[in-house]
Design a protein around this ligand. Structure first.
Ligand SMILES: [Zn+2]
Length: 350
């Protein structure tokens, strides 16, 4: 993940907290063999006016209560513990704690839990739009941080995908928790992440993942790429590194196929066009008809610095590390790369 979202955007988490409080009330009533609180009294007073006409919520709570009433006390305790466990997002992604998944709960409660917490109340109440607005206005670049290549539309446009970072099919108690909900580009969400378990690998082993609401800035570095090492003998053999590198970035790459996508969809497909763009820039900026080695080297460094200034502007953010890598090889005395770059500025590239 190239950057984290501001935690302040999750402040309006009252709906999630209401759901948990109502479920807690249901459990307390069953455990104490008390008469269940009638609708709408079961809704926390501060939000009763907002929620009391939500008949879909009432139906789902009634189904949950009926199922919970048939569980034993230890089974209900397991469910309550699971509610707490599944919402410790920051601890779960660092593997400092663990949690049951939906299938670990008593069979009779699984469907009512999934129904209650998957209910699309967030959208209808405007919470989702305010959450997106808070993120969009706070982050400097309006791109998907999971790939860096998809632009985010402004608030008011048709909504971007909202991913359940811990998938709701496994961890439904976190399904309405804004701490677990992250705006995500459509490609990242619908073609790569899907319902993959961010907490566990394919073999079921626990793995560490980025906290999407942590303050983080990660760079893509291409310096170790091998010029002319690609399959066509002309394009570099791209070595895509993350700075800083971490076990979390391995999970990120495994889930979102970041390296594969960067290589195939950006670097291989854009490399020669970016060299042509550099050639045009060189002619305009430098105005030198027959540049020497030092002039080409200086131009490459300046161009990489200029490109870096544009920051995360979708796939263009990879131009800077490409020219940093080329400059690095030329500076180290790679005559073949230097000859290529002199051809480039003379407009003799393929
Ligand atoms: Zn994306």
């Amino acid at each position: 993940m190239l950057f984290g979202y501001p935690i302040a955007a999750t402040a309006e988490n009252w709906l999630h907290e209401c759901l948990l409080e109502m479920v807690q009330t249901i459990h307390t009533n069953h455990d104490g063999r008390q008469v269940a609180l009638a609708w709408p009294d079961i809704i926390p007073a501060a939000h009763r006016d907002t929620l009391h006409r939500r008949t879909g919520l009432y139906d789902r709570l009634a189904q949950y209560s009926a199922a919970a009433g048939k569980l034993s006390v230890p089974e209900r305790q397991q469910v309550l513990a699971c509610i707490v466990q599944q919402n410790r997002i920051a601890d779960l992604v660092t593997c400092s704690t663990d949690c049951d998944s939906l299938s670990d709960l008593p069979k009779a409660i699984q469907a009512p839990v999934a129904e209650l917490f998957a209910f699309e109340l967030l959208t209808g109440l405007g919470v989702r739009d305010r959450h997106y607005h808070a993120i969009y206005t706070a982050v400097p670049y309006h791109v998907c941080p999971f790939c860096g290549c998809e632009y985010f539309d402004a608030p008011g446009a048709p909504r971007e995908d909202l991913d359940h970072y811990l998938p709701k099919s496994l961890y439904p108690f976190a399904a309405a928790n804004l701490r677990n909900l992250v705006p995500m580009g459509m490609k990242c969400n619908e073609r790569y992440k899907l319902a993959q378990d961010i907490l566990r690998d394919a073999a079921g082993g626990r793995r560490r993942s980025f906290d999407p609401y942590a303050d983080r800035h990660l760079k893509v570095v291409l310096d170790n790429s091998v010029p002319f090492g690609g399959a066509d003998g002309q394009t570099p053999d791209w070595q895509i590194n993350f700075d800083p590198d971490s076990v979390e970035s391995t999970t990120w790459d495994n889930v979102f196929h970041v390296r594969e996508r960067i290589k195939r969809d950006v670097l291989d497909s854009s490399f020669w066009q970016w060299l042509r763009d550099f050639s045009a820039w060189f002619k305009k900026r430098m105005g030198i008809a027959d540049p020497g080695d030092a002039e080409v080297l200086d131009a490459m460094r300046t161009y990489a610095e200029d490109m870096a200034l544009t920051g995360l502007t979708a796939r263009e953010f990879l131009r800077a590390p490409v020219f940093q890598m080329l400059h690095r090889h030329c500076k180290a005395g790679n005559q073949r790369v230097l000859a290529l770059m002199k051809d480039v500025v003379a407009m003799a590239v393929p």
